[in-house]
Design a protein around this ligand. Structure first.
Ligand code: XLS
Ligand code: NI
Ligand code: NI
Length: 436
């Protein structure tokens, strides 16, 4: 049976003059751009939770989305049907990667053992499907935030019994990821934060979280999992303050607890927005620390202060993201994961295709635009010239720690008042617009 009978698949590339809503206008998987195929640059990933499990529910109303794979009354049957729908979707869309939480693919059982059995059974099926289709797992993760036991956090819970539960779940999710050949494993601190400091031992909670990460690294070594570990920063929601609040905070956390060489960051656009940063800022911070791992490619609604997880369609955004990705030499283990959901009114399964096609085309344009801006070279040249003074002996000596405050004072006496130079923001914005 087919869950997407309207789509023949694979979605064809028809070029920018096409009016076919079920065709790519810009994303041409095999086309070479700057020496590499578009699919290798972009590494598109479909996320399981929003695409197949979200039902359109919001704080004011029930689910709206029609999902024919969610109709069976038995939860395991639903899980199997959903897996069928997912792999049909991956193939018809033409993506090579997927990502999941343990509880997306298999339902929680009556007790812990049953939950493990459920997960194992679905992983068996997923393994066969991966083999048959060639679709790969970008990363796996554990859902440590939905179940009521995690209301006060998972690794950061005041109760060590809850910590143990979370750790057991991480063990199983890591093993599932390993069995499926996952290229990575992500920790997003679902409820790892606090709502009020009046009831919270923040110091210890952060230590607990670090311990969980160390234990995961140790277990990975034990089972032979070589994938990349990621932390995904987010400042708030569900808790008022999350410990992994932004890229800089995560890097500090990793450094403080001696985990910096084991983890990279998985950065999400909507989380950057919630943190009061641009996505470009977050990417830049991570790249400079050699910790830019993977990207949750979504966007927020700038008028709603919430993680709305929308599909990215803004070419300025995708251009900025691809500028950073190209600058770091491309994604290696990571990908562009559409951690995004269709709007509540886009309730038909076909809307999932429109959403992903749009996101993929937006990134294809971002990629091509970023390549052109880099080839043009004027932007990079402007920045280089702006800092040119630092290449001279005085600047070099400051940067290498060979100048004192007295020597700086002496420099001022000899050189007098510096000449001001324009930052040329508008000029540069116009330059970017030349290419978009
Ligand atoms: C939620 C996060 C989540 C992670 C995976 O805001 O983005 O979806 O990507 O747990
Ligand atoms: Ni995410
Ligand atoms: Ni998110």
């Amino acid at each position: 049976m087919s869950y997407f009978p309207e789509v023949q698949g694979p979605i064809p590339f028809e070029g920018s003059s096409s009016k076919n809503p079920l065709a790519f206008k810009h994303y041409n998987a095999k086309e070479k751009v700057a020496g590499k195929s578009m699919e290798d640059h972009l590494r598109f990933t479909v996320c399981y939770w929003h695409t197949f499990k979200a039902n359109g529910q919001d704080p004011f109303g029930a689910g709206t989305l029609i999902r024919p794979w969610e109709t069976a009354s038995d939860p395991m049957q639903r899980a199997k049907d959903t897996l069928d729908a997912a792999f049909e979707f991956f193939e018809k869309l033409g993506v090579r990667f997927w990502a999941f939480h343990d509880r997306d693919i298999a339902p929680e059982g009556e007790n812990y053992d049953q939950s493990v059995k459920n997960l194992t059974a679905i992983v068996d099926l997923a393994e066969a499907k991966q083999k048959a289709t060639g679709v790969q797992l970008l990363w796996g993760t554990a859902n440590l935030f939905s179940h009521p036991r995690y209301q006060a956090g998972a690794a950061t819970n005041p109760d060590p019994d809850v910590f143990a539960h979370a750790a057991a779940q991480v063990k199983d999710a890591l093993e599932a990821t390993h069995r499926l050949g996952g290229l990575g494993y992500t920790f997003w601190g679902g409820r790892e934060g606090y709502d009020t400091l009046w009831n919270t031992n923040m110091k210890q909670e952060r230590e607990q979280l670090a311990m969980m990460l160390h234990m995961a690294v140790l277990h990975a070594r034990k089972i032979g999992f070589q994938g990349q570990f990621y932390i995904e920063p987010k400042p708030k929601e569900p808790t008022t303050h999350q410990y992994d609040s932004d890229a800089a905070a995560c890097l500090n956390f990793l450094r403080e607890f001696n985990l910096l060489d084991k983890f990279k960051l998985n950065l999400e656009t909507n989380h950057a927005t919630l943190a009061g940063h641009t996505m470009l800022h977050e990417l830049r911070v991570a790249r400079h620390a050699d910790a830019l791992g993977s990207i949750d490619a979504n966007t927020g609604d700038e008028l709603i202060g919430w993680d709305t997880d929308q599909f990215p369609t803004n070419i300025y955004l995708t251009t900025a993201i691809m500028m950073e990705v190209l600058e770091m030499g491309g994604l290696t283990t990571g990908g562009l994961n559409f951690d995004a959901k269709v709007r509540r009114q886009s309730h038909e399964p076909i809307d999932l295709f429109y959403a992903h096609i749009g996101g993929m085309d937006a990134f294809a344009r971002g990629l091509k635009t970023a390549v052109k801006i880099r080839e043009d070279g004027r932007l990079a040249q402007f920045v280089a010239e702006r800092y040119e003074g630092w290449t001279h002996p005085f600047g070099q000596k400051v940067l290498t720690g060979h100048r004192t405050l007295e020597e700086c004072e002496d420099h001022v006496r000899r050189h007098g008042e510096p000449t001001r130079k324009s930052g040329r923001q508008e000029f540069l914005e116009n330059l970017i617009n030349e290419f978009i």
